[in-house]
Design a protein. Sequence first.
Length: 289
Amino acid sequence: MTILVTGATGTVGRHVVDHLTKRGADVRALVRDPANANLPGGVALAKGDLLDVDSLRSAMSGVSTLFLLNAVTPDEFTQALVALNVAREAGIERIVYLSVIHSDVYVNVPHFAGKFAVERMIEQMGLNATILRPAYFMNNDLTIKDVVLNYGVYPMPVGAKGLAMIDARDIGEIAAVELIRREQSATPLPLTRINLVGPDTLTGADAAAAWSDMLGRSIAYGGDDTAGFETNLRQVMPSWMAFDMRLMAERFVSDGMVPDDGDVARLTALLGRPLRSYRDFVAEIAASA
């Protein structure tokens, strides 16, 4: 039986593929360019994308379990609905969908609202799925490494409520474990949701302090200037995406991303080891700086 992984060459998808192959799973990856996929040997490559129905039908032929990951794009919602409907048509009854924590709270943030609508579709259509709801990826902070190192400022407007930051490597492994659990079940398992969080809930000041400790010099928190955050992002991404990220940051400040009771213990038991901490993540960056 075959597990199809979408988003297989991305930040999370690569880890999903790696962990599935290490566990002996039969993996097929949906990729736009097989020549540049650079995935482990033994992974079957299916050329296509999530808006090409014919390529999706071909990729899902003979598949028993689907991992669905949609990048943040203007048509993310349509991509997800098309993929899930094609999966339903193909008779796939085992699905793991990567959503986002508090998708039902950050209702004005486009990519959160889209993911929550997909969750509703999964539920209303009676699909057998695990909905993984990750908090802020600590790996996002690789993009601001140079600002921290060169200017002594942690610039992400995280706020003071706190984010339960999680390492993408942990997300990938948890997804692989859940995919195999569904794949190996004699009958399709019922719908479940799992919050994916890190071991610590960090404020902006906490994140800056972690960098200060690991670098051995003072790193300041840049504050909650979400408008400035949008302005900076517009230099490296389209205006619609920068605005989406600003809206998300505003909800960081107003609501945070705080885990539910038992989330950390559940994930620790699932992995059989502690979750990676933000301090460990920063220490890796500091060691290579």
